[in-house]
Design a binder for this molecule. Structure first.
Ligand SMILES: Cc1ncc(COP(=O)(O)O)c(C=O)c1O
Ligand SMILES: N[C@@H](CCCC[NH3+])C(=O)O
Length: 413
């Protein structure tokens, strides 16, 4: 399913010409395809069994309409804050299909998650386990937990989004895991039900994931010999998408088949927390060329979107495709596509061969994941609007912020 395609020299989002979205809603603008979102989620759902749980990682794109679309498909959710929890509930998500990840859950967040009855907490340290016990005991509830193990596996991705190495802050070293479960078993208001890992994001190779799975299963067997029987293995998220032409993205179905082959023989259910691989391809970031600035060393196409709208290129040096919405004939020039923010790092793309004129619209692709979700108001820039396209229809799912919105929380002296 390819949601964004050129037809007659015009980029379409499903059946809607993207230039008409710019006219109607202005730029910069995030545009999502409902069909693409559902399609990717359904690929996951079709590949797992009924007792397994596909928990969409809310952090990738937390817009209520995105969450509601997935909730209506029966998705579970992976959350990392009480804010994400409230969003999921607001969007009609089933609390029993929620897993709560994160290294620093606050007691109040734990209490709210217990109150609504989430599926389980992915606990990341012994200290967190004790805090959770205290909160659960006070509420006279039992907290179901899974230990996030740090398997010390190199996910071979950008160092900022690699999470499964000893040097990373995430999880408990696998060598300490048994002691953790012994302690969990001894606690009155804790029930250990699973084990999890999340070794990194934008993985282009599933080998490190399978290596991590091997370590987790060895742990499960050691625990079983000790009388601790787990119900599920949560492999986290991590599957990459194809940002660059020719970049291989792992196949969701083959990955799940490989994991399930191992779990089925152990009688374990699978939990997954995919984020990027569900929403990245379903979104683009639409921005307009404000002016062109040519120079001796570099040519800059200054656009009305910036690093505050789409941070990945600045933060990770990430490469995302740039497509002119209505391509022009002519000899391409090499452009850096940059925003108006006062940082040298404010670029959306570098050294791209494009034919551009002032006023042109360009689309930055694969922007559905970690796009709007990481937007900020840096330089007092109101955040972009978001639109969901469904066939021939386009719905505004987040209005553009106004300056009044930005000032509303402040108090002048
Ligand atoms: C614990 C956890 N689960 C799931 C995800 C989602 O990852 P991805 O978007 O790579 O699928 C993340 C983010 O990397 C995460 O930290
Ligand atoms: N924000 C990152 C992914 C981080 C994943 C969160 N655990 C990205 O855009 O690639």
């Amino acid at each position: 399913m390819i949601p964004f395609l050129h037809e007659n020299n015009r980029l379409f989002a499903e059946q809607v010409p993207v230039d008409t979205l710019a006219e109607q809603f202005g730029t910069p603008l995030y545009v999502y395809s409902r069909a693409a979102l559902i399609h990717q989620y359904q690929r996951y759902q079709a590949a797992v069994s009924e007792q397994d749980l596909v928990c969409y990682a809310v952090k990738a794109n937390a817009n209520l309409a995105v969450l509601r679309t997935l909730a209506a498909q029966g998705a579970g959710f992976d959350i990392v804050s009480v804010g994400e929890l409230e969003r999921v509930l607001e969007a009609g998500g089933d609390p029993e299909r929620i897993v709560f990840s994160g290294v620093g859950k606050q007691p109040a967040e734990m209490a709210r998650a217990l109150e609504v009855g989430i599926h389980c907490f992915n606990v990341e340290s012994l200290s967190e386990l004790e805090h959770l016990q205290a909160v659960a005991a006070e509420r006279d509830q039992v907290a179901r937990v899974s230990l996030r193990v740090n398997p010390d596996v190199d996910a071979r991705t950008h160092p900022y989004i690699s999470t499964g190495l000893k040097a990373n802050k995430f999880g408990v070293p696998i060598d300490d895991a048994e002691a953790f479960y012994q302690r969990a078993r001894a606690l009155s208001h804790i029930e250990p039900i699973g084990v999890d890992c999340h070794i990194g994001s934008q993985l282009t190779d599933i080998e490190p994931l399978l290596e991590a799975l091997g370590s987790l299963l060895a742990l499960v067997r050691r625990l079983r010999a000790d009388g601790i029987e787990l119900q599920h293995v949560d492999m986290g998220g991590g599957l990459g998408v194809s940002y660059e032409e020719g970049e291989a993205a792992p196949d969701i179905e083959s990955y799940i088949a490989a994991v399930k082959a191992e779990l089925d023989s152990e009688g374990l259910h699978l939990v997954l927390e995919p984020g990027r691989s569900i929403v990245a391809d379903a979104g683009l970031f639409l921005t307009r060329v404000t002016l062109l600035k040519t120079g001796e060393e570099k040519n800059f196409a200054v656009v009305d979107g910036a690093m505050n709208d789409l941070l990945r290129p600045s933060l990770y040096g990430a490469w995302q495709r740039v497509l002119p919405v209505q391509p022009r004939p002519g000899q391409p020039t090499t452009w850096d596509v940059v925003g108006p923010v006062c940082e040298t790092g404010d670029f959306l793309a570098r050294d791209r061969e494009l034919v551009l004129a002032e006023g042109d619209l360009v689309a930055i692709m694969q922007a559905g994941a970690y796009g709007f979700a990481m937007a900020s108001n840096y330089n007092t820039r109101p955040r972009a609007a978001e639109v969901m396209v469904d066939g021939e229809q386009a719905m505004l799912i987040r209005r553009r912020e106004t300056l009044d919105d930005l000032l509303a929380a402040e108090r002048d002296l």
